[in-house]
Design a protein around this ligand. Sequence first.
Ligand code: SUG
Length: 415
Amino acid sequence: MIGEINFDGLVGPSHNYAGLSPGNLAASLNAGSVSHPRAAALEGIAKMRANLALGLTQGLFLPHRRPDRAWLTSLATDPAGAAPWLRAAALSASPMWAANAATVSPAADTKDGRCHLSVANLMTMPHRSHEWPETLAQLRLAFADPAFAVHGPVPPPFGDEGAANHMRLAPGHNAAGVEIFVHGVAGGGFPVRQHAEAGRVVARAHGLDPARTLHVVQSEAAIAAGAFHNDVVAVADGLTLFAHEQAFGDPAGFYAELRRMLPEVAIVEVPASAVPLGDAIRSYLFNAQLVTLPEGGQALILPAEARETPTVWAWLEAMVAGNGPIRRLELVDVRQSMANGGGPACLRLRVVADPARVDPRFLVDEAKLDRIARVVEAHWPDSIAPDQLGDPALWTRIEKARAALLDLLELRELI
Ligand code: SUG
């Protein structure tokens, strides 16, 4: 049966804080800190378990080869010879943020009735620009069934960061929806990571109906305040759009178009007077997973930091006490990922599909998560200090840890 599957990126054994993403305030603030890869992966697994407990279908993407020796070879260097920043870029565990893996259009929205996925090129940040070949390999395995069409990346120079800048609103998983592509124009001194043309390329490739597709501008104030992706200030599910007042460049124009295309839409807008943009970004209020529960009604799966931010928590408590569509709050602890600017929604890619059409090696249940957790406990480093990134013993450990996971999941072809 067609439903929403959340594919979480498992935090890889090389997880570290190298501060590689200018404009991502958490990552910059924590640059140079000691990371805890094992704890990070276990936090992610606990989040997946919490999703399963809500009755949601859960999938998994795997950590990539790190250090990425092939990428360094293409740059005429290797892990031992590369400059420290380049070596860090080859060691980043950034594929954990699966919202940046691809953009997904469910079958109900596309011309040929297949579910289309376009791998994101992530070309703006060097440490993320080499993710797409392996992401594409995983997508081609997981979604090999003819119910899916998997596309390569949008070519340069059009930066594309995937589902983090894409939202879908629809009355149901099987009903045609409205797809919204959000791009930046100016970033107030920070890089604009999503190019306007990238969304148009993806919309054409997926065969979307232009009458049900919107291309909207992210506000410069949001990017300048640290919303390097739109999913830091807005999220959508079903017929609900949940967004900060300062998320979009022209909110009134956007909302009017959206209401024209989808009159039933519920727009839950949080005013800056109640939650200042800085608090929204620090707490990752909008980087929640907004989900429709099997029993009906919507829930927000929030980072624990939302509860620790008084304006945010007060607003949320008032919201669930009211009559709106979002009635339930669930808190998850993903602090290791949050410290690099990745909240609950960054860690997952939503795919609306029949799970029976997905390669089962990429789907998880409690028992499989138990087995994965055991591999993590046995092989993931407890901590990585910045000066360890140059240590060949660490590279070997990371490579062995990933190999143990691929063995467990019978995914050796990704080695
Ligand atoms: O691209 N952090 C990621 C966080 C991505 C969050 N994803 C979404 N919002 N969907 C990024 O900025 C930091 C890694 C480092 O500095 O080592 C980093 O890449």
